[in-house]
Design a protein around this ligand. Sequence first.
Ligand SMILES: Cc1ncc(COP(=O)(O)O)c(C=O)c1O
Length: 380
Amino acid sequence: MKLFDVYPINDIIITKAKGSRVWDNNDNEYMDLYGGHAVISIGHTHPHWVNRIETQLNKIAFYSNSIKIPIQEELASKLGEVSGKKNFDLFLCNSGAEANENALKLASFHTNRKKIIAFKKGFHGRTSLAVAATDNPSIVAPVNETNNIVFLPFNDSDSLSDYFKLHGIEIAAVIVEGIQGVGGINVASNEFLLTIRNLCDQYGAVYIADSVQCGYGRSGKFFSHDDAGVDADIYSMAKGMGNGFPIGGIIISPIFKAKHSMLGTTFGGNHLACAAALAVLEVIESESLMQNAEMIGKYLQDELKSISTLSGTRGRGLMIGFDVPESHKNLKKDLLFKYRIFTGEAKPNVIRLLPSLGLSLEDASLFISTLKQAIAEYQP
Ligand SMILES: Cc1ncc(COP(=O)(O)O)c(C=O)c1O
């Protein structure tokens, strides 16, 4: 059997990882400013995370949601504390798409409505409804097509208000990334998020904050939506939640009433995943990683803005994007293969930085000097 060939793959085998560094099978060291696509939140193989998982593994890894699993309650309580959303409830699942699928489903159950507003360049996952709410027709299969989703322009409060005026009573939910990730690092304005909040309140729709990529401290706040001073009704989470251990979830405001069997999953909330997720929150807190993300992010943005070849530097905390000119379109590949630095990309010609929230000032500054060198030596 061979692998189903769906991923464009770099010819690199990573065999070891620590903090913001990874090593290949020839023992070459790389700086990781991609975090395996925003997944590495507290740093690769963080000792506290390894220890929590190992300890849990030696006790019990999994049992189904048919019994009491106290570590789930421990996780909910810690998450309430660190995120500040103490009065929200937690539902655990396994990935970002699944989190959004459950968020959308819950919104529809709650409102008894079908229509969802999503935004241009938004990405919400690849499962049925999540992919239908994703603005990329090439990944939507015919079976996923539905006219229950409408795409409106991002950061355009007037279009949104106009749409609500005409169709407000049909809308179950608005789903929005606080910072669009796959779409190229586009920050939702505070005014736009406030408008979403107000319109959802006015028309009885549910505000879903897709925080799968921009959440969990990445923006410098626990949820990037916190910057606007609004509470969403549901936050979806995954990526940074387990630092590489697969876990996702939604937190749900007290306006929703739970009913047995309305949501469910076999693996969601298993003992091992909860141990990993607890370790992440403990480290975010003990190492002040949100503050670090804010500080190092500001340093990186200031430095990037001073490099004249680059333009459009944007983002918050350690979720940063910048545009490279068409003449430098191989820069990301050069950074990886010549200078051994992993970065992310978005089309067209956007480089994304999604490092561990523990990235040091020393590494950030090493990246900037290497980037300047790579640009100076650039051979198209
Ligand atoms: C904002 C956002 N939502 C949802 C997803 C889907 O997450 P997963 O790949 O874990 O299903 C992603 C993945 O990139 C994402 O960036």
